[in-house]
Design a protein around this ligand. Sequence first.
Ligand code: NAD
Ligand code: 0WE
Length: 255
Amino acid sequence: MLEGKLGMVFGVANHRSIAWGIGQALAGAGARLAFTYQGDRLKDTVSDLAGTLSGSLTLPCDVLDDAQVDEAFERVDREFGGLDILVHSIAFAPREALENPFVETTRDAFNTAMDISAYSLVQLARKAAPLMEKRGGGSIITMTYLGSGRVFPKYNVMGVAKAALEASVRYLASDLGPRNIRVNAISAGPIRTLAGRSIQGFTRMEEHVREVAPLRRNTEAGEVGDVAVFLASSLSRNVTGVTLFCDSGYHAMGM
Ligand code: NAD
Ligand code: 0WE
């Protein structure tokens, strides 16, 4: 499905990361990938994971550092000569902003969450566009959560950032569509990743999903990966600006 395609995957922290589930699925479908990691701390883990996929690259990229972002795209341009797929699987809010009541969110915490979790998609899309244009178009995929549109206790400023992210998907789709670059989001159900499992009450949330979601089970990173293969492939060539749910159908329920 993705034979000969070139991709860049942002957001692998360890083997549980949704970005890793997506990377494995894209590579399984034939794509060659560059994985970026945030900070030296993650270098060895991400290099070891990427090393299990043939032809892959590993590069540093903290989205708060414009120089690192520029360097990452320059290297991919040099080594790949273009880009077909970009996966954005990055989010962060200061811990206290996910623990205290939302009304207590500081300006700093609000800005940090928006910068890393929403603005970074705009930044990466702008950098990817010229590389994708060289290939006649491309597919940009980001990760979101149902907390963008409804209140999940303690998701707080992340919900606000995801609302901005989903709106950014639509505005980016509008800007980049004429260059045959599609922009879509996958809204995943709760998954026990580094970012997921540190949330208190995560086990209760999983139990709840298992009880009420139409498919009566939770979401796995590999299933999100398979949706990403669809969004990266020509099967979705007429799909852009959408948020696709991969959540056992949970979003459809009112009770
Ligand atoms: P994760 O912790 O494995 O991934 C989050 C990634 O964000 C990490 O790799 C981290 O290094 C990266 N990151 C944070 N700050 C960064 C920065 N300044 N520069 C570059 N990278 C930075 O957790 P995950 O659950 O795989 O999260 C990936 C995405 O999926 C996030 O957008 C998250 O909101 C979304 N999501 C997660 C769930 C869930 O339940 N786990 C559900 C729906 C959506
Ligand atoms: O997007 C997320 C979580 C992202 C996240 C996680 C952390 C934990 C560690 C962002 N920033 C931080 N900062 C930290 O210091 N998810 C979709 C997972 C998640 O988080 C929740 C959820 C779900 C699901 C928080 C409350 C309720 C549900």
